[in-house]
Design a protein around this ligand. Structure first.
Ligand SMILES: Nc1ncnc2c1ncn2[C@@H]1O[C@H](COP(=O)(O)OP(=O)(O)O)[C@@H](O)[C@H]1O
Ligand code: SF4
Ligand SMILES: [Mg+2]
Length: 426
């Protein structure tokens, strides 16, 4: 992954001199559709100009509004929250990156968007409103079957291994069509083939193959084609580049950018790797211990991270310029369901500010999501002002060449109101 970062940060460090000043997070949402990020980006290492063109989907992408979402798992110690108080808007036609270390609740949150959390998990609170469709969490089995795949395409974590090993890919496409009552299966195969070709795959050969006959990168692309087969308007990708080699990762990111643009999607990209979202996302949401701790436009959040956890994630990234040893791993380990604090700030055990000051409020009161001191992100931290005043040690202020400056050109995402109210309920 190091070289991908290297390319990423090299690109951004060159562009940072001419990058526009960060927009305040409260920049009003574009009344018309923001231009999809992929259309306006240049990418030195993931250029898709060589790719055959993908078939276009012409429908308008929807807004997805997640409100006060909570998911818990019933384990020996009781019903323990894995996701709590998550309020987040996926703006139409944008890519939102959901970032956090392993165990922070990313997959649980992503599955909740489909109302597909499996026992012992259960959604205990909240709503997921897909514009034009309704609150997915209120749907019955039949509606859910229709929504899954046809409205929300999902690429599962380890999708490379999620194909049926006993059936050829073509047969699995037909099975998908039949299970969704597609009347014209020939057309479905045709458009699936077009997607494969658009991703640079030999469609005929793939359709006739079993999954074990394909490389990891091919399987990931086939997984993306399956997620898009029924022309959804929302795409959720859970760790789509994990376990792939560096070149293949860059290739898959390029494809995601391209399908997002050509299919006109609202996309959620889930990853533990903030470098991946820096390269592709319009907006970033940082999750820790099942709670959102910071949300903002990609440029704003990477330039001026406010939450100590966001800063830690960024500081842990390998970088091209400056001190080669500057990357500092985040000290400590993320909490498990059993060790997650039930009140106060979930990050305090690893927070350098709390370790220094031991402020009672951090242990007693759950910080609410609010505008950061310079207004560029939304942050859940009692001491955001103090941290800001003490200096920005992860953004461009002191880390020249580290943080993305040439990423997306859409306005900052975290519009007031859409991210506020990320309350954590003790
Ligand atoms: N089936 C399950 N039963 C019990 N706990 C689970 C289950 N799935 C996930 N968890 C717990 O929920 C938390 C969030 O997990 P997950 O959503 O997979 O995180 P991430 O995708 O960020 O790695 C973790 O503490 C994990 O151990
Ligand atoms: S609320 Fe307190 S413990 Fe949590 S991140 Fe802020 S300073 Fe650290
Ligand atoms: Mg996961």
């Amino acid at each position: 992954m190091t070289s991908l970062f290297t390319g990423l940060f090299a690109k951004h460090s060159v562009q940072s001199e001419t990058a526009p000043a960060p927009q305040p997070a409260s920049t009003p949402k574009a009344a018309s559709l923001p231009e999809p990020a992929s259309a306006s980006r240049t990418s030195s290492h993931t250029s898709s100009s060589h790719m055959p063109s993908l078939p276009q989907r012409r429908a308008e992408p929807p807004r997805v509004t997640i409100r006060d979402l909570a998911v818990a798992y019933k384990v020996n110690q009781g019903l323990l929250p894995a996701v709590e108080g998550v309020t987040l808007t996926l703006e139409p036609g944008t890519i939102t990156g959901l970032v956090g270390e392993s165990g922070s609740g990313k997959s649980t949150l992503a599955m909740a968007l489909l109302n597909a959390v499996q026992p012992p998990g259960q959604i205990t609170h909240g709503s997921v409103e897909v514009e034009g469709v309704g609150d997915v969490l209120g749907f019955g089995d039949r509606e859910l079957r229709e929504v899954r795949a046809a409205t929300i395409g999902y690429v599962f974590q380890a999708a490379q291994d999620s194909l049926n090993p006993l059936e050829r890919i073509g047969k699995q496409v037909l099975d998908l069509g039949r299970s969704h009552h597609v009347s014209d299966l020939r057309q479905l195969l045709h458009s699936f083939s077009a997607l494969l070709s658009g991703m640079g795959l030999p469609a005929e050969r793939i359709l006739a193959s079993y999954q074990h006959e394909l490389s990891g990168g091919m399987r990931q692309r086939v997984g993306i084609a399956f997620a898009l087969a029924l022309q959804p308007s929302v795409l959720v990708l859970d760790e789509p580049t994990t376990a792939l080699d560096m070149i293949t990762q860059a290739n898959i990111l390029s494809i995601i950018r391209e399908v997002h643009r050509t299919q006109g999607l609202t996309t959620l990209l889930v990853t533990h790797d903030i470098g991946v979202v820096a390269d592709i996302a319009d907006h970033i949401a940082v999750l820790y211990g099942g709670r959102l701790v910071e949300v903002g436009g990609t440029i704003e959040l990477l330039r001026h991270p406010c939450h100590p956890y966001t800063r830690g994630l960024i500081r842990a990234l390998p970088r091209l310029t400056g001190d080669i040893d500057a990357a500092q791993p985040l000290a400590g380990r993320p909490p498990t369901l059993a060790t997650l604090p039930r009140k106060g700030c979930v990050f305090r055990d690893r927070c350098p500010i709390f370790q220094r000051d031991h402020a009672a409020i951090c242990a007693e009161q759950t910080p609410q999501m609010r505008r950061s001191p310079d207004g560029s992100t939304f942050v859940a931290c009692h001491f955001a002002e103090k941290i800001d005043a003490e200096g920005n040690t992860a953004g461009t202020d002191s880390g020249k060449g580290v943080v993305a400056a040439g990423a997306p050109n859409t306005p900052a995402a975290a519009g007031k109101g859409s991210q506020e109210g990320n309350a954590i309920h003790d």
